[in-house]
Design a protein. Sequence first.
Length: 288
Amino acid sequence: MQKSSPHRPPSVADSSEGRSSPSGASPSVLVRAVDAFAFSSGLAAAIGASLSYVASHVLAAPDAGSWAFMAATGTFIIYNLDRLRDIDRDRATSPLRTAFVLRNLRGLYVAVGIVAIGFLTALLAAPPAIILLCTAIGLVGLFHRRLKESAALKTAYVSTAWVAACVGIPWIASGRTSPGPWLASILFASLTANLIASNLRDSESEVEEKSTHSGRAPALWAARAMTILAIAVTLAAPASLHPLVWIPVCEGLALAYFRPTERYGHIVVDGSLLVGAGITWIHLGWLA
């Protein structure tokens, strides 16, 4: 949830997110733990690792653990640096996450520093082509703060960066095997759906004005359409890629019940990618 709707008082918006109950009770231990996992970018890092593992399995790339580690640590670094650099703007768009960041500033800076050491160690051991690709992704992350003003542009380049990290690195390591473009297309469509929904959550009041009861905001339907496209591409791809259908299916389920609130966006919509990748990994294991 980014801004309180003009049709309801701020206190209602806050309580709807579970920041506090009407009685003033604090969120449960479980809610705080899930918040910490999502708001610290631990969830984003886990998604990066899981998608990279799936890609390495499909592409038969060697050293899958190394590429997953780089995807996870790189994601953790880029996302946390963005949160730490953009606190003022995030106060309006993600108040719960911003409050978490402000409470844990020192710890997040330390975590980023430690994780950066691990990432750089792995990067220096990688082939030159992968180093070059990671440098390009890092530059995109560096300029994200200025580029993200345009929702359409943000959706395009962030989806591309995720695909480059999670598919591009294993694809290079595999010797550029043929399933790469299929895999990239599936994940690009799935991630685009995720990011469109993220942009919707970033303008909660606008979504409420358009679709308070029906949920028929054009952008939301565009996101759902992207999951359908991803499913269609998966089923049209070689049979070895069919288990990846779980990724857009899980994202589609999250979007089917979409709620423009901060926790739903950060935990359910984003978490569906992790769930989908996990089910895909299990499915691929059964086929092995």
